[in-house]
Design a protein around this ligand. Structure first.
Ligand code: GBE
Length: 489
């Protein structure tokens, strides 16, 4: 990019910044700004240096038609070779945090920890050291959806033994990297993992309906808590890090604001999505409304047991309290009203109808992503009230477009969502300590392929060198980080 284009983008970014919001609030000192990526979406090098096959490698190679453009992550952003450039981009933002994930099959090709791959461990050592050398803190996600295929062949997350495999994997990560990594996310968005077992939305691309859905969630909660307790028992004293799990949640707002049955439907939807994973960790066991409704639904159809498995008393205790902070991934909001929905994205057990029929909600090129910053504000207050105001990091929040460099809609999204965050901090005293944008680089957007861009940095996928170009939103985000304000002062 020429120096002129660069200056032009900065001017545009600053003009946009000052136009539609006049915001007084500042981000508190020490507020953690960063950007996020995930191994399968950026690394490429899918079979290099001893890496084993993951469920994503298997899916994209065996069923390429399942990806919108028939593409895959074989090369992606080639970050396996270009990680230094990625780190330099985080550095250029003046961001303090880089959140990335580790590919389990690079560490151990089959997922079994007695057969480690030293070259995989070396790669993450190089990456972590590069991050630290640039005065950036790594936040490491252990699992962002790329399960070893060998473990999938054992049933994957529907087999409760996976919790033990995950604990062993976590032990290897703490032992090798925990001297330098102080922020850990065990699992990214457990609910989306479950959709890979129920409705073919992700790998392993299974259609096991609610049975696979709730089983996969149950095992992930157990896996997470085992990793957490292992850290407490073996590593915490020495390594002094923090651990959580990134829970994704839309905000469900009552469609007819004052209608009690719609309010209840929206509350149920929130409990069935965010509460599914947050309630066991921050309050203990599944949300009561989820237990009651799923059990009743199963009884009604004559199933002998509930598809929502039960924890033992001991498991409830192990899971309860197993997070040092609340890690929230949030993109958008829905309306919810009472009723039976055929929309597969809505959990039919919760009996709500989801919709986006609000003309004031700006859209995007993906049907599910509407710009509803007030939804984030309400969600942050909901979490504060529901879980006793835990320290919270927004570990993902991002906007999708067609990949333009002058991405004014993305600037608008980031600005209004950060404004909602500031309101929650200053007006509602929500204990929010960080914001990590999804994502640093345009990348392989799972089954949507390469046509949908969330990055603040563009990547030219037609050029084998995969050159990176910061977008206008990159410069805007940097100015927020530099000034701690949204108005560019
Ligand atoms: C994140 O998930 C992922 O962590 C990241 O890897 C991904 O690139 C990013 O999203 C962008 O998609 O009913 O609203 O769920 C289906 C965010 C589409 C959660 C969108 C899939 C939200 C899960 C409709 N959703 N996404 S629905």
């Amino acid at each position: 990019m020429s120096i002129y284009t660069h200056k032009f983008l900065v001017v545009i970014a600053i003009l946009t910044m000052t136009s539609d919001l006049s915001i007084e609030y500042s981000f508190p000192d020490g507020f953690m700004f960063g950007a996020s990526t995930a191994a399968y979406q950026i690394e490429g090098a899918w079979n290099e240096d001893g890496k084993g096959e993951s469920i994503w490698d298997r899916l994209v190679h065996s069923r390429p038609e399942s990806v919108a453009d028939g593409s895959n992550g074989d090369i992606a952003c080639d970050s396996y070779h270009k990680y230094k450039e990625d780190v330099a981009l985080i550095k250029g933002l003046n961001a303090k945090f880089y959140r990335f994930s580790i590919s389990w099959t690079r560490i151990a090709p089959t997922g079994e920890m007695h057969k480690l791959n030293p070259k995989g461990i070396e790669y993450y050592n190089r990456l972590i050291n590069e991050v630290l050398a640039n005065n950036i803190e790594p936040m490491v996600t252990m699992y962002h959806w790329d399960l070893p295929q060998y473990l999938q062949d054992l049933g994957g997350w529907t087999n409760s033994i996976m919790a033990n495999y995950f604990e062993e994997y976590a032990k290897v990560l703490f032992s090798n990297f925990g001297d330098r990594v102080k922020w850990w996310i065990t699992i990214n968005e457990p609910m989306q993992t479950c959709r890979g077992y129920s409705m073919q939305m992700y790998a392993p691309y299974l259609k096991l309906d609610k049975t696979g859905y709730y089983l996969a969630g149950h095992t992930q909660l157990l896996a997470h808590s085992k990793a957490y307790h292992l850290y407490n028992e073996m590593f915490r004293d020495k390594q002094k890090g923090k651990i959580s799990i990134s829970i994704n949640a839309n905000m469900y707002l009552s469609k007819n604001g004052s209608s009690k049955i719609d309010q209840d439907a929206a509350e149920r939807a929130n409990q069935f999505e965010l509460g599914w994973f947050a309630h066991p960790i921050f309050k203990g066991d599944y949300p009561p409304v989820m237990r009651q409704w799923v059990d009743r639904k199963n009884k009604e159809i004559g199933r002998a047991w509930s598809t929502l498995p039960k924890f033992t008393e001991e498991e409830i205790k192990l899971i309860h309290g197993s997070a040092d902070f609340f890690a929230l991934n949030h993109y958008t909001s829905w309306h919810a009203s009472h009723g039976k929905d055929l929309n597969p994205y809505c959990n039919s057990d919760a009996e709500y109808i989801g919709s986006f029929d609000d003309e004031t909600w700006m859209g995007s090129i993906l049907f599910w992503l509407k710009v509803v910053p007030e939804g984030l504000h309400k969600l942050l207050v909901w979490i504060k009230n529901e879980y006793n105001n835990p320290p919270l990091i927004i570990t993902e929040n991002g906007f999708v477009d067609d990949g333009r460099i002058n991405d004014l809609d993305r600037i608008h999204y980031i600005k209004t969502y950060l404004n909602a965050t500031l309101q929650a901090i200053h007006e509602d005293k929500c204990n929010i300590i960080g914001y990590i944008y999804w994502t640093l680089l345009d990348n392989f957007e799972w089954l949507d392929g390469y046509g949908y861009h969330f990055g603040i940095v563009s990547v030219d996928f037609n050029d084998s060198k995969r050159p990176r170009t910061p977008k206008a939103s990159y410069h805007f985000f940097k100015s927020v980080i530099d000034t701690k304000k949204l108005d560019g002062q």
